[in-house]
Design a protein around this ligand. Structure first.
Ligand SMILES: [Zn+2]
Ligand SMILES: [Zn+2]
Ligand SMILES: [Zn+2]
Length: 348
């Protein structure tokens, strides 16, 4: 029997075994339907008082978007989108002006922000089936909050992520994403930045721009439009994982133009729609990697990583940080490419 490949990530010192001979097909991971039971949804319109006051509300005003906040106990109604502080925040704003974040090399304060972006007033308008116009609001809300939080002196990184389905950590089924602003750059983006710097110093080229060229023409390619390329990464840790890379080199997603926001909305809609139709609405997580610091500007390239949650990591993965993926990224890309094309056609 031929041995499996062990592949290294483009940037991280992270290795994954592509265990092709486990003979799994991508569609073997299709989700089985379970009976749903649910109580009152605190994120639905009419239940605004069940949540903390919104830090940002999008309201429709004569075809324009008006941006407001909930103030003095008042809660805006008839909203298109709301951003609220998380009811159980993991990171909380500092109480004193000159907050001491690192108390010792081993101890720091979890100072920052933790917010929930309620993506739609409709209880089941998830990105895979959403109106593209609604996803434009969602991305604009990410950018609005990123702009505000990244100006705070104690914020060094802002993670924007989404958990879909209870198996992927979503405790509420109403469509929502989250944002956590942290007082230092977490390990994975930090390691990505270091690797990007090394590549830049050696080649005077951005590593991601280089990957973009390779993957656009290769066997892992999934989708391209005027602003983005989607592909299954070479060393995918998760079966059916895909990344969305902007064509324009920028380290920070705050630089997005209106056209790019629209293109990203459409990209999310057809890619997550394709994943949904392929595997019967599987659980997934996604996270943006976007860096705020000046030293990231030339060498780093913001992107979105989408991780379908089809497996449970067990003893080997947990104890070694090395992974086993039984769907090769090439097979994953072929299935996703077809599903995403079908989704694109249906959308038109
Ligand atoms: Zn709801
Ligand atoms: Zn680049
Ligand atoms: Zn990344």
């Amino acid at each position: 029997m031929a041995s499996n490949e062990v592949r290294k990530d483009y940037l991280l010192n992270r290795w994954v075994v592509i265990a092709k001979d486990r003979k799994k097909r991508p569609t073997d991971f299709a989700k089985k339907d379970l009976l749903k039971k649910e109580g009152i949804c605190p994120l639905c319109p009419g239940n605004e008082s069940m949540t903390p006051p919104a830090v940002l509300v999008y309201l429709s005003a004569d075809g324009e978007i008006r941006k407001e906040k909930d103030q003095n106990g008042f809660r805006h109604k008839e909203w298109l989108l709301r951003v609220i502080p998380n009811m159980y925040p993991v990171f909380t704003p500092p109480t004193k002006k000159n907050v001491l974040i690192k108390e010792s090399p081993e101890l720091a304060r979890a100072v920052g922000h933790h917010e929930v972006i309620i993506e739609s007033p409709c209880h089941d308008e998830h990105p895979a089936t959403a109106r593209v116009s609604q996803l434009v609001h969602v991305i604009n809300a990410y950018l609005d909050r990123l702009a505000v939080l990244s100006k705070k002196s104690y914020v060094k990184y802002v993670s924007i992520f989404r958990n879909h389905g209870p198996e992927a950590g979503a405790s509420l089924s109403h469509p929502h994403s989250q944002l956590i602003a942290t007082p230092f750059v977490p390990a994975i983006p930090e390691e990505e930045l270091e690797a990007s710097k090394r590549f830049w110093n050696k080649n005077s080229e951005c590593l991601f721009c280089n990957v973009l060229k390779k993957e656009t023409a290769g066997p892992r390619f999934i989708l391209e439009n005027s602003s983005f390329v989607v592909f299954a990464p070479w060393a995918s840790v998760n079966p059916l994982e895909f990344w969305v890379l902007p064509k324009r080199h920028r380290s920070n997603m705050l630089s997005m133009s209106g056209g790019e926001v629209k293109d990203l909305a459409e990209t999310l809609r057809v890619c997550l729609g394709g994943l949904r139709s392929l595997l019967n609405d599987p659980p997934y997580n996604f996270g943006f990697h976007t860096l705020l610091s000046e030293d990231a500007r030339d060498c780093y390239h913001w992107h979105l990583e989408v991780y379908p949650k089809l497996l449970t990591w067990a003893g080997f993965e947990k104890s070694t940080g090395m992974f086993i993926n039984m769907i090769s990224p090439e097979d994953a890309a072929a299935e996703l490419r077809a599903a995403v094309q079908a989704e694109k056609k249906a959308l038109k």
